[in-house]
Design a protein around this ligand. Structure first.
Ligand code: ZN
Ligand code: ZN
Length: 271
């Protein structure tokens, strides 16, 4: 079983999952390892009092996770990761994140905010075409990639298509190809990777993130580092549809998936 490298627990603002329930569910599904990646979005712009703010006391998170990791060690190989929400305004300040958090295994960098708005909400798409909204998202992702490099893989590269009015129905990579080429020209030589994220599949899409044409471009440009993540916020979604995601990766020529130990990628053959 491919270990799940994108998981949220109650340490994330938007999850109530007990971490031990996550481990139990993973073990029931045959996993012997996973990497927990709770949310931390520095300066997340909440617009309403009830909005999540995705804050995290990262130092005490690390302390708790190191304790849990040790406790689980005899039966389960838990790796410690984080999903850092990056914005052009916070990117540079986050570049010392891993040196400030010894013991961390893995970092997902994610674009969750564009021009002070989260594409999760419908107002992000108002007053412009879907293509313009997606384009603005991808431009921001590229800006983040150019300013921030303290990460292992870039998360859900086309996160916006999860929530756009027509989702991926009219998505065409040719509309944004230069942006992805520029991003991969930065990511690949730095020894960083991307993820296949199956969180789209239980959110109404029929394909994982990113779109297969984006994955294909990444491979063609020499990208090898690939992790698998379900983006589960509750135990039942752990390793969601990894078998089909593995088939997709193999059909595009990927031979390996990665796990991480203290920020160092480990390559394993895709089963
Ligand atoms: Zn995310
Ligand atoms: Zn996530």
């Amino acid at each position: 079983m491919i270990p799940d490298y994108h998981l949220h627990s109650s340490y994330s603002d938007d999850s109530e999952a007990d971490i031990y329930d996550m481990v139990k569910s993973a073990q029931e599904k045959g996993l012997t390892s996973f990497c927990i990646t709770d949310h931390y979005d520095r300066d997340y712009p909440a617009h309403y009092p009830d909005d999540f703010i995705f804050d995290l006391d990262t130092k005490s998170y690390m302390m708790d996770m190191l304790k849990i990791k040790k406790e689980l060690e005899p039966t389960f190989d838990m790796r410690i990761g984080i999903e850092l929400g990056v914005m052009p305004s916070t990117a540079e300040g986050l570049n010392s994140f891993t040196s400030e958090h010894p013991g961390i295994d893995f970092v997902i960098a994610s674009t969750h905010i564009v021009d002070n708005e989260d594409p999760y909400y419908p107002y992000f798409y108002e007053g412009r075409s879907e293509k313009e909204a997606y384009g603005r998202y991808f431009e921001t992702m590229l800006l983040n990639v150019s300013k921030f490099d303290d990460f292992s893989v870039y998360g859900h590269l086309d996160y916006c298509v999860r929530y756009g009015p027509n989702k991926n129905k009219y998505f065409d990579i040719n509309d944004y190809k230069e942006i992805f080429e520029a991003a991969f020209k930065i990511i690949i030589p730095k020894g960083k990777g991307i993820e296949i994220n199956t969180g789209s599949l239980y959110r109404g899409l029929d394909v994982p993130h990113p779109h297969k044409d984006i994955l294909k471009l990444y491979k063609e440009m020499g990208g090898e580092i690939l992790t698998f993540g379900s983006d589960a916020h509750s135990p039942e979604h752990i390793a969601y549809d990894f078998s089909n995601a593995a088939l997709l990766a193999k059909s595009l020529g990927f031979k390996y998936y990665c796990t991480y130990n203290k920020l160092v990628p480990e390559f394993h053959e895709i089963p």
